[in-house]
Design a protein around this ligand. Structure first.
Ligand code: PHE
Length: 459
């Protein structure tokens, strides 16, 4: 091969910009769409406790490892892990970790864009008052059929009809991919960071407004008891696997995403501190989303274990109850979800683009357009057969992310020397603690959860 691959030359413009981009990557559909239905399907409170433990003990450790490996190598995940292994005279096969992560990111992105297209479809619905007509529709159908048609029934019919409008979803999908391609093609500082510094603050302002409404309008008591009363009798090893998968998905850990973002990180950014900020911001938003969605689920009799449709069925019910205000609150809410999804999807696209642009003769815009095109082809497949979404979600969340995280912890804790990462994580208590977790806690815990969780699921 002609020439060595060099370190990335594009960098985050400022620490604030990096934090916005990293929080933007973490906070996304994982918090609004995936967290509530996964918590709902796994019994609520007990799941959430296990989830929090996974974030604190497993997620945070791997997050730090990803940034450290990324900044140390300064390359895409695949090439970076390869070069660090070589520098330590270790097997170059360790780059397989980069491959699992990069393919995992791509695989996540294939369905992420479809869910984002659903979100896009709900924005005009909110603004044209579709949700505010739910009650009339329910009354009309009840009178017509003679059986009680609930708001939840009307809302799920609306969801089903919306996502089966293949022409419209396909168009929105193309638009969403085009926007991603455009931003990623502009680069890390000029594209991703700029978008995140604008969208994330807007996101947090909208979020505060929405939560206020949910608490006033919904059944906050029932939501609190569902979310906060743990029922450990339903917990199995499969619950642990779901919780780990959700924690990693939500933090953007185990997909080498943070390795990639770390490659653009400047020396003066403190990795442990940034990791703590990202993990706490993401966890807070997930809990807030839970408190926005479950009050409504309980107040209007939707099914908490309703699966991937939960978000799209229960939120419109809430907006349908707010009168004219519902139009604005609903519109703002889906816009919020779109912002969050977008700052995550550009990050997912960056993982592949970062690697592709290191190939000879490939430019960044070329890489972004190539990936965008393939994404559209696969995404259209999901539009026609949405069962594949569940499949891709399970393979990535329950297998690829935990496996990549496990191997990365072994790589950072056992294969790389302590001295190699001192420049990234410093020397002292944090390093000691992190290294201990990376060596003795994360790998055995993940191996145990992966094997037993999978067996329980299959059994
Ligand atoms: N963390 C993102 C979310 O919660 C999804 C994601 C997963 C992004 C993995 C990057 C890598 O929506």
């Amino acid at each position: 091969m002609a020439g060595e691959i060099g370190r990335k030359t594009d960098h985050w413009g400022s620490r604030f910009g990096f934090i916005m981009a990293a929080v933007g990557s973490s906070v996304g559909l994982g918090n609004f769409w995936r967290f509530p239905f996964t918590a709902g399907e796994n019994g609520g409170g007990a799941f959430i406790i296990i989830y929090l433990i996974c974030v604190l003990f497993l997620g945070l450790t791997v997050l730090m490892a990803e940034y450290a490996v990324g900044r140390k190598s300064g390359m895409s995940a695949i090439e970076g892990i390869h070069s660090l292994a070589r520098a330590e005279n270790k097997s170059e096969n360790w780059q397989v970790v980069g491959w699992i992560g990069t393919l995992g990111s791509f695989f996540i992105l294939t369905f992420y864009i479809v869910i984002s297209a659903w979100v896009l479809a709900f924005i005009p619905q909110a603004f044209d008052g579709t949700f505010t007509r739910f009650a009339d529709e329910a009354a009309r159908l009840t009178a017509e059929t003679g059986t009680t048609v609930s708001l939840a029934d009307v809302s799920s019919t609306n969801f089903g009809q919306t996502i089966s409008n293949k022409y419209m979803i396909g168009t929105l999908l193309a638009a969403f991919i085009a926007l991603n391609t455009f931003i990623v093609a502009r680069g890390v500082k000029g594209g991703i960071e700029k978008a995140a510094t604008f969208l994330m603050p807007a996101f947090f302002i909208l979020l505060i407004g929405i939560v206020g409404f949910a608490l006033v309008e919904g059944d906050a008591g029932a939501a609190a008891s569902f979310l906060l009363t743990p029922d450990f009798s339903k917990v199995t090893m499969a619950t642990f696997l779901e919780a780990v998968g959700q924690a990693f998905f939500s933090l953007s850990v185990g997909s080498c995403l943070m390795v990639t973002y770390g490659a653009y990180l400047s020396r003066d950014t403190n990795i442990p501190r940034s990791s703590a900020i990202v993990a706490s911001a993401d966890t807070m938003v997930a809990l807030i989303a839970g408190f926005a969605i479950f009050p409504i689920v309980f107040a209007f009799g939707a099914d908490p274990a309703g699966g991937p449709g939960l978000f799209f069925v229960s939120m419109p019910i809430a907006f349908s109850q707010m009168g004219a205000l519902g139009v604005w609150v609903g519109g703002a809410f889906f816009l919020l979800a779109l912002f969050a999804a977008f700052t995550s999807s550009i990050s997912l696209m960056e993982v592949g683009v970062a690697w592709l642009e290191e190939r000879e003769g490939v430019t960044r815009p070329g890489a972004a357009m190539g990936i965008g095109f393939v994404l559209f082809m696969i995404g259209m497949g999901y539009v026609f057969s949405s069962d594949f979404i569940d499949f891709a979600d399970i393979i990535t969340g329950n297998i690829m992310l935990p496996l990549c995280a496990l191997l990365l912890a072994v790589f950072a804790g056992w294969i790389l020397s302590r001295e190699m990462l001192t420049s990234e994580l410093g020397e002292g208590t944090i390093m000691n603690l992190w290294r201990f977790m990376c060596r003795w806690v994360v790998p055995p815990a993940l191996a145990f959860i992966l094997v037993l969780g999978t067996l329980t699921k299959l059994g």
